[in-house]
Write a protein that binds this ligand. Structure first.
Ligand code: ADP
Ligand code: MG
Length: 403
């Protein structure tokens, strides 16, 4: 980790441009959104508070949703500026434009300790295109740059990567450092046994991660729809369950690879099968899937069964390090959330280092009310997977090296 850190910068009196991840989950109410989980905003507070306390002028840049390079009013960051105001107990100026005269004038009036938020950078086509002209226009607004947007660090966009070419010093923020500490540092030489729990919808989303983790994991526990693809690959009937027909060879390769590496690769031994993916549908436990007929014709496996829960709980109780990515069933429907909740509870009880990697698994842990029982919960979805896979993230690679 030889990149410059926020702590290395002299920020007093300077205009510090900070890329943050304010892409928060929301609920749509007609023409506007209501923030349902402000974790990402709160996680940026250590960096923002540090800058304010050290007399910097903090200029925040962020994206929200997918406005695709056009100004879409419902994706405005204005409500986020108001919310941030309440969190830091200090006014947050809002610039309706991301570059040019409007932000320049607002910034010219800033005092040390003040905070300004720029409008959604993705309102400009130059953002996702990583257009040097837009990157340069953003860079003009500051003296130094800090990237604290871990969740966007796997994208080479103008505000996450391109901008560093036009500004003297670029450093990691505190959230970025924390994400790297756990997802890279802790997982570099994990305390053993190291157990990985992989679920979610598709094997294809996670091939790279599974392969990379086979180099280090002692045991991999599989759940979610991804388990169906592995069953099918071994000739176990999956009924009407969701699986990836074009990934059966790949699944067989992964199973072979696990064997060669001496990694225990466990598939569910039973399932909760149902007629439809909806509340109130007919459902039943399959009994041992591997020994019997698999999933019934016309039925779908929507959660791991009780025997699998017991098996996985035993494995989890032995672990010293646990990495979890992907729910074990269709947890959005309470009837199919039992397996996912049971696994979250097993983790909560364990004394291991427990790392939750991004996306829906994080939502599941929060829904179970167990977030504070985990060692670390990543704010990144795709970024956390790419980092664990060992990929270089453009948003980190672009920062200044420590000399
Ligand atoms: P994460 O965001 O944690 O990486 P994914 O996005 O890969 O997880 O997968 C989450 C989705 O997988 C959820 O929407 C969940 O409903 C779905 N899912 C989990 N198990 C099943 C299953 N057995 N059948 C169909 N969908 C499933
Ligand atoms: Mg997801």
């Amino acid at each position: 980790m030889n990149k410059l850190s926020l702590r290395d910068l002299g920020v007093r009196g300077k205009r510090v441009l900070v890329r943050v991840d304010f892409n928060v989950p929301v609920e749509e109410h007609g023409d506007h959104f209501h923030i349902t989980d402000d974790t990402r905003i709160r996680e940026s507070l250590p960096t923002i508070s540090y800058l304010r306390e050290h007399g910097a002028k903090t200029i925040l840049m962020a994206h929200f949703g997918r406005p695709k390079g056009r100004s879409v009013p419902k994706y405005s960051l204005r409500p986020v500026a108001d919310h941030l105001h309440t969190l830091i107990n200090h006014p947050v100026a809002f610039s309706h434009d991301t570059s040019g005269k409007i932000p320049e004038e607002i910034i010219a009036h800033m005092q040390p300790g003040d905070v300004t938020l720029l409008e959604n950078v993705r309102f400009q086509a130059g953002e996702e295109a990583n257009d040097p002209k837009f990157a340069e226009a953003l860079a003009k607004l500051g003296d130094v740059y800090v990237n604290d947007a871990f969740g966007a660090a796997h994208r080479a966009h103008a505000s996450t990567a391109g901008i560093t070419k036009f500004i003297k010093q670029s450093a990691m923020g505190f959230l970025m450092e924390k994400e790297l500490k756990y997802l890279r540092g802790e997982l570099e030489k994990p305390a053993k046994p190291f157990i990985v729990i992989m679920g979610g919808s598709k094997v294809s989303d996670k091939i790279g991660v599974i392969k990379a983790l086979m180099e280090k994991a002692d045991t991999i526990l599989i759940g979610g729809a991804m388990a169906n693809t592995f069953w099918k690959a071994q000739g176990i009937p999956v009924g009407a369950s969701r699986f990836e027909a074009d990934k059966l060879d790949l699944a067989r390769d992964l199973l072979k690879h696990a064997k060669a590496k001496g990694v225990r690769f466990l598939l569910p031994v039973d399932a909760l099968e149902a007629e439809e993916v909806k509340a109130g549908t007919r459902k039943r436990n399959t009994g041992k899937v591997v020994e019997g007929h698999g999933i019934s014709e016309g039925w779908q496996a929507l959660d791991i069964g009780h025997a699998t829960i017991a098996l996985y709980e035993t494995e989890i109780s032995k672990a010293k390090t646990i990495l979890w990515n992907g729910p074990l069933g269709v947890f959005e429907i309470p009837e199919f959330a039992e397996g996912t909740i049971a696994i979250a509870e097993a983790l909560a009880k364990s004394n291991a280092v427990k790392i939750i990697g991004g996306g829906d698994s994080v939502t599941a842990v929060k829904q179970a009310g167990l977030a504070d029982k985990m060692t670390f919960i990543s704010t990144g979805g795709g970024a956390s997977l790419e980092l664990i896979e060992g990929k270089e993230l453009p948003g980190i690679a672009a920062l200044s090296d420590r000399s």
